[in-house]
Ligand binder design. Sequence first.
Ligand SMILES: *[C@@H]1O[C@H](CO)[C@@H](O)[C@H](O)[C@H]1NC(C)=O
Ligand SMILES: *[C@@H]1O[C@H](CO)[C@@H](O)[C@H](O)[C@H]1NC(C)=O
Ligand SMILES: *[C@@H]1O[C@H](CO)[C@@H](O)[C@H](O)[C@H]1NC(C)=O
Ligand SMILES: *[C@@H]1O[C@H](CO)[C@@H](O)[C@H](O)[C@H]1NC(C)=O
Ligand SMILES: *[C@@H]1O[C@H](CO)[C@@H](O)[C@H](O)[C@H]1NC(C)=O
Length: 471
Amino acid sequence: MKSLESPASILSFCLLLILLLSPVLSRSIPRTAELEEGNGGNAKEKAAGCDGRWIYIRELPPRFNSDLLRGCNSFPIFSDDFCPFLANHGLGPRTHNRSRSWYRTDPLYLELLFHRRLLEYPCLTSDPAHADAVFLPYYTGLDALPYLYSPDFYNNSAQHGLDLHRFLHDEDNPKIWARSSGHDHFLVMARPAWDFSQDPAADPQLWGTSFLHLPGFLNLTALTVESRPDPWQEHAIPYPTSFHPATIARLESWLDRARHSHRPTLMLFAGGGGGGGPNIRGSIRAECENRTDLCEIVDCSDGACAHDPIRYMRPMLRSRFCLQPPGDTLTRRSTFDSILAGCVPVFFEEISAKAQYGWHLPPNEYGNFSVYIPKEEVVFNSVRIADVLTAIPKEVVERMLRRVLDIAPRVIYRRHGSSAGLRGKKDAFDLAIEGVLRRIKRRIGPPTLSEPILFHDDDDVEEINMMDGLE
Ligand SMILES: *[C@@H]1O[C@H](CO)[C@@H](O)[C@H](O)[C@H]1NC(C)=O
Ligand SMILES: *[C@@H]1O[C@H](CO)[C@@H](O)[C@H](O)[C@H]1NC(C)=O
Ligand SMILES: *[C@@H]1O[C@H](CO)[C@@H](O)[C@H](O)[C@H]1NC(C)=O
Ligand SMILES: *[C@@H]1O[C@H](CO)[C@@H](O)[C@H](O)[C@H]1NC(C)=O
Ligand SMILES: *[C@@H]1O[C@H](CO)[C@@H](O)[C@H](O)[C@H]1NC(C)=O
């Protein structure tokens, strides 16, 4: 028998040790963020905090993500060059050289900025077998662009996703998907689910790819900016605004500014549209043009506001109510801009927010931070929005103005690499991850008689504590 001192046995002892420790090692990928923080603690403590929260990021070939970014100067949408907005991992370029928290963010890059944020998630594991959830870094919306906007591809839109499906089920290790039949996989779609849910049998083909109809993807979870009225795979998360602070001080200084902002204007509409027959945008325009003393319009036609947050944030700071009518889509990024500006959103359809963002905006508190006026009342029953809003007692309006800013930290996406202090507050990303983990846990957890494995209305409102992350 060799003595323990021989180099060979020391080597094999070390190998054994590495093998024994590998589950621990593989879970504690060191991150610069933690090193900065200096409170990484030991692996055991960390593992305890990560119980039930481990995420594995699947390795995908670059054709599913980074290669898609290369075409940024020739995306088939409008004529814009989208390359500048790739800056800062999808946050876009800063609005001005001296600005620190404001960026020209294009919501299309949510897939990219979400991926970047996940890279600094504290509970990443490199072992799929130990993961509670598996992230697919697939830029779904970018890959869909040709099917949506290039006429040569319209008729092929049922093919969107087939390549990814082949990769997950055949090319790559199929065990990773099979472990939970895909119920533990999730991805991000920076567009409304409507854009991915055309029935492949539709004739003629109308709009959208058929990604969400592929039988192979029915089990995964898609985080979209807008879910369908009867969502299945998807759950809505906020559109990114242009504000991405990196420290608590910058967040607080903005909230303070919004809190103390003088708001002489009753209501504001930032947007375009409103032509054609009777519709809510048309009614809003008519009313605003008639009541210039109470209402302000920021004309955002032809994408004028898309990359220019100053254009609408300043007017939003001057207004008490911000009108959020549906347009081409039911939801609007502007809803989140107005919350951030401390301007109380006014909705005209429940599907515009209340039926969507349950992880971020608790559905049972809408009355405290928003106003709802059914659009039919305005369009067909001559209800004047200004009359409804001026009838709300002053102290109620003041309470709403405060409440909307309490919520604001929940809907912003802080900058990657933020300070430890700011990372202690839950932002839109953190709440999305918590929601995904809850949803997956319920899907792959032991089935109970009262709770079938599959369900689709999973906004567990009672678990949401509005004060979470607000101190
Ligand atoms: C911003 O900074 C860049 C490089 O530092 C410079 O080229 C550019 O002119 C600056 N822009 C303004 C508006 O100052
Ligand atoms: C797409 O299909 C329609 C009929 O279904 C046909 O009229 C049209 O020419 C096709 N477009 C292309 C680019 O093949
Ligand atoms: C989806 O999940 C069900 C069980 O919940 C399973 O029978 C089915 O095979 C799964 N589909 C795929 C494509 O993995
Ligand atoms: C515009 O104002 C006039 C006078 O106040 C009023 O009669 C009319 O109904 C208003 N129209 C709209 C669209 O609000
Ligand atoms: C508003 O918030 C209070 C608690 O602050 C709650 O009791 C009340 O039910 C809420 N009202 C609505 C309509 O959401």
